[in-house]
Design a protein around this ligand. Structure first.
Ligand code: ADP
Ligand code: MG
Ligand code: MG
Length: 252
């Protein structure tokens, strides 16, 4: 069983003039395989900074604290090594990969993570199965990654990656933003399928409570001013839906 441990994480963003602007002010969080944690907070509170820092984005400088996966220091690893160690980040703004088809992209990613190429015979079926479950046309596999993808197609592609790559910890940053209700349902069902395996821990980052109607978190963490200010169970999500973040902003 895998465990991601974030201890007193402090992160600054590197501004163009070289100055460091502190964003995360001591984040503590433990995510175990099979658990789903919702991180909820207002815009600008540092939620994406937390996701990018764990993923190893070069714009963010770790100034204190630690992140470990099953005891191994994640912050020492390159971005590729983090993916191979079993960390998965679905970006809030996914990038285009010109000239690389979805099928090739997924096969390359799978090969990198498993350390060997997936068996040709079973792989095609796995790919097709993942696409069927997400109600995607088979022709999607031949399209270039994120090129001209609609918002819904980008999110489905992320969930395909999740289903095929089977990460130890998946960080989904605002996966719900910009989805219509059908796409939200399909994407949520995909997350719930992976969740049901009990092999993946989820960090579900969101500004809105809407997705929590489809994916019931085990834990809810309220994130304001670069740190967690309150923690609870699913009932805390319901309370946020009714009351918003105002009371935390006053305190922050
Ligand atoms: P959230 O995802 O919660 O909306 P972010 O992590 O995107 O928050 O941003 C947190 C804070 O860090 C914001 O005040 C934002 O303006 C600032 N920030 C993030 N990236 C940069 C950057 N590259 N340059 C300057 N400020 C940044
Ligand atoms: Mg934001
Ligand atoms: Mg964000």
């Amino acid at each position: 069983m895998s465990t991601l441990e974030i201890r007193d994480l402090q992160v600054s963003v590197k501004l163009p003039d070289g100055e460091l602007k502190p964003i995360l002010n001591g984040v503590d969080l433990t995510v175990k395989a099979g658990e789903t944690h919702a991180i909820m907070g207002p815009n600008g509170s540092g939620k994406s900074t937390l996701a990018y820092s764990i993923a190893g984005h070069p714009k963010y400088e770790i100034t204190g604290g630690s992140v470990t996966l099953d005891g191994a220091d994640v912050l020492e690893l390159s971005v590729d090594e983090r993916a191979r160690a079993g960390l998965f980040l679905a970006m809030q703004y996914p990038v285009e990969v010109p000239g690389v088809s979805v099928a090739n992209f997924l096969r390359t990613a799978k090969t990198a993570i498993d350390g060997e190429a997936p068996k040709l015979r079973t792989w095609a079926g796995e790919l097709r199965g993942a696409m069927e479950k997400l109600e995607m046309d088979p022709s999607f596999a031949q399209r270039n990654v994120n090129e001209g993808f609609s918002g819904g197609e980008k999110k489905r592609h992320e969930i395909m990656q999740l289903e095929l790559l089977k990460p130890k910890v998946a960080i989904l940053d605002e996966t719900d933003s910009g989805l219509d209700i059908d796409a939200l349902r399909i994407v949520s069902e995909g997350v719930n399928r992976v969740r049901a395996t009990g092999q993946t821990g989820f960090l579900l980052i969101t500004h809105y409570t809407r997705i929590l109607r489809y994916i019931k978190p085990d834990f809810v963490h309220v994130f304001v001013g670069g740190k967690i200010v309150e923690e609870g169970g699913p009932e805390l999500g319901e309370q946020l839906e009714a009351e918003g973040y105002d009371k935390y902003k006053v305190r922050a």
